[in-house]
Design a protein around this ligand. Sequence first.
Ligand code: UDP
Ligand code: MG
Length: 316
Amino acid sequence: MSKSKASMLSVVIPVYQEGSHIRNSIGIIDGVLNEGGILHEFILVDDGSRDNTWNELKLLAGGDDRMTAIRLSRNFGKEAALCAGIEYAEGDMVLVMDADLQHPPELIPQMVDAWLEGYDVVEGVKSSRGRENFLYKACARFFYYILYKTSDIHLGKASDFKLMDRKVVEAWKMMPERTTFFRGMSAWMGFERKQISFDVAKRANGRTKWSLTRLIKLAVNAITSYTSVPLHCITLLGLLMFIGTVILGVQTLFMKLSGRASDGFTTVILLQLLIGSAIMASLGMIGIYLTKIYKEVKARPRYLISSLIKGGEKKC
Ligand code: UDP
Ligand code: MG
């Protein structure tokens, strides 16, 4: 397929509890695309919101056949919502963005131009992280550092604001894992990439959906998806502890034989604590990987759809 001005762009947006401003956001994005003369469709995925989001999406998609609205049967999380959206996108290029206008729509024409120039993936990278507190920024930096050091996947400034060529989307669909991490998988895929930096805007309305526990889950998932280095660390730890044991053993025996053995139990207790905690930590680590294998083996669908409106008609 040749790239031309007449190519169609699919805009995939995961939407969760954004009822108060989603129509306004879509209106703004639509305006930018029309102004740029970009042929487009919207795939809006309601990730099981409990507010009026689905009603708003129904209103949007009801009379407009360029709009597909999908409602997942419950809140499956942003990653699953993205998968659903990407699977239903039909365009020659697919753009993924957030519903809260934190990804500036004004950048889309520039991204499409880069695609026309021949790039397969055009990604928005954060030049600033917007309004986040110091602790959050420090944790994010630490997480990306660990991920980079252990798996060579550099995501420091990566975002989920991305435009992908059809062939990249088809490649993405071939990846069968149940627990996905869009940013990481996209970096893993390669292809001709171009980065465009942007400032993270203020949220349109509402609040971020990422609680601390959700972020920790995402971080653990990302690290264990791309690297088995933590498992090797356990082996290394075991080896180090063995060396320590040999040295301490020799010393204890020497003290005992020369009649200078202390009658305190400090060493024993310290050692027990150390070994105990190392074993626990190691078992936990193995557990995390086992859980992942367990989830993949179950091979459940990534999401379930409860309603679908496409081409102005309700399909289910
Ligand atoms: N989102 C989602 N499911 C969730 C949480 C978030 O589909 O369980 C969507 C949300 O509607 C938004 C995007 O993911 O379009 C980014 O979420 P948010 O703005 O809360 O994240 P942040 O910008 O704070 O990282
Ligand atoms: Mg946001």
